[in-house]
Each structure stands twice: as structure tokens, then as C-alpha cells.
Write a protein that binds this ligand. Structure first.
Ligand code: GDP
Ligand code: FE
Ligand code: FE
Ligand code: FE
Length: 194
């Protein structure tokens, strides 16, 4: 595991250490899996592999930040106050970008946007947004009914991978009677509908 010092004044070892200290072992291994999968998807889609690998590695950096800290940052750092009606599942991407800038010193707007969008997706998605969104879903550690089909679809065509994932996520949320984040629904209408 190594990240070139292109996107942060921190060394690769420092980024890895901060990431590791901010999550449990299982989540850390997930992030390594997402990083490797993002690299693979970048190669297949003609995108910068090192950049995709870093974005994948840090995407869940803020997953375990305490709820009260999130609420404080949403109020004080200019985030949409509607976010206060949601939870860490939604916050760790969107508001997670604040902690990534603060702690990992990563400021690249493409990387931060891909983290921002990694849970909900969006109507418009760049190649990097799609890579991180899909890699999160199909990394080797993921095991759920449909994951093999998701891998097949995504490695064949990245856009189809986004559509498959959003349909699967919507199905899951509806089945559990969870509240749908409006952006997730808007993204589904763009990427999943035939
Ligand atoms: P992870 O961080 O690697 O576990 O994966 P994600 O960041 O993709 O997703 C985090 C959680 O957010 C998952 O449990 C999703 O089901 C959930 N999630 C995604 N979209 C929505 C949504 O629109 N509404 C709600 N309530 N949860 C969502
Ligand atoms: Fe996540
Ligand atoms: Fe995801
Ligand atoms: Fe993740």
C-alpha cells in the first residue's frame, strides 16, 4: 500500500496511519479493498489509477466520527441544515469531506466530490465519482446476494455498474422502510431506469 505525495502534504505512511486510527480493523480492510478495486476500475476506464486508489482508500475515513461532532460541523461549517434530519450513513460521505480536508489535508476537488457522492450517488457523476461509488459496492470483502452479478456488470460497463448498484440500494431501503435521501432517488431515476 503506497500513495504518491501528489494530493496531500502528508506522507503515504501518515495517511495510512491516520486512516487506520480512525476506524476498526474490518472497516480498514474494506477501505483497502475499495482502493484496490478503484485502481482496477480506473485502469479499465482510462482514469488515473493512483488518484482512484487514494480516493477509494479514504472514502470512509469519517465513518466513525461521533454524531455530536457531525451535528456541530454541519451547523458551523456551512453545510445544508437539512442534513441535520439525516444520520451518519448519509453524513460520512458529504460531511466526511470536512474531516478529510482537516485531518488528511487532501483538497483536490475531484477526490472530495467522489467521497461526497460515494453513498448517495448523484444525477451527474464524473468517472472518479462512479469508480469510488462502484468500488465501494463490489470490493472483494463484500458478500451479499447479487454481488457477483454487480461485479460482472460493473467490470463490463461502469455506468451499468452505477445503475445496478442504485437499483439494489433502493430495493434494500424500500424493503426496510428506510427514508430515501432525495439525491439517491434522483440518481436512481437517471442511472437505473431503462
Ligand atoms: P459503507 O460506508 O461502505 O458501509 O457504504 P455506503 O457509504 O455506500 O453506505 C452507507 C449506508 O448508507 C448503507 O447502509 C446504505 O444502505 C445507506 N444509504 C444509502 N443511501 C441511503 C438513503 O437514501 N437513505 C438512507 N436512509 N440510507 C441510505
Ligand atoms: Fe461509505
Ligand atoms: Fe456505496
Ligand atoms: Fe465504504
Amino acid at each position: 500500500l503506497f500513495f504518491k505525495e501528489t494530493y496531500s502534504p502528508l506522507t503515504s505512511d501518515e495517511i495510512i496511519a491516520k486512516e487506520k486510527a480512525n476506524m476498526d480493523k474490518k472497516r480498514f480492510e474494506h477501505c483497502i479493498g475499495v482502493s484496490k478495486t478503484a485502481r482496477k476500475l480506473a485502469k479499465l476506464n482510462g482514469y488515473d489509477e493512483d488518484k482512484a486508489a487514494l480516493a477509494g482508500f479514504i472514502h470512509d475515513y469519517a465513518k466513525r466520527v461521533p454524531v455530536e461532532e457531525y451535528r456541530k460541523v454541519i451547523k458551523e461549517q456551512g453545510f445544508d441544515s437539512d442534513l441535520l434530519n439525516w444520520n451518519r450513513a448519509i453524513w460520512h460521505g458529504i460531511v466526511g469531506t470536512y474531516f478529510i480536508k482537516r485531518d488528511l489535508k487532501i483538497t483536490d476537488p475531484e477526490i472530495l466530490q467522489a467521497v461526497w457522492r460515494h453513498t448517495t450517488a448523484d444525477v451527474e457523476m464524473t468517472t472518479l465519482d462512479k469508480i469510488v461509488f462502484v468500488a465501494d459496492f463490489i470490493e472483494p470483502g463484500r458478500d451479499f446476494p447479487g454481488v457477483d452479478e454487480a461485479r460482472k456488470v460493473a467490470y463490463n460497463n461502469l455506468d451499468d455498474g452505477v445503475g445496478y448498484e442504485l437499483a439494489h440500494t433502493l430495493e434494500f431501503l424500500v424493503k426496510n422502510r428506510n427514508k430515501i435521501y432525495p439525491r439517491t432517488l434522483a440518481a436512481y431515476n437517471v442511472w437505473s431506469v431503462k
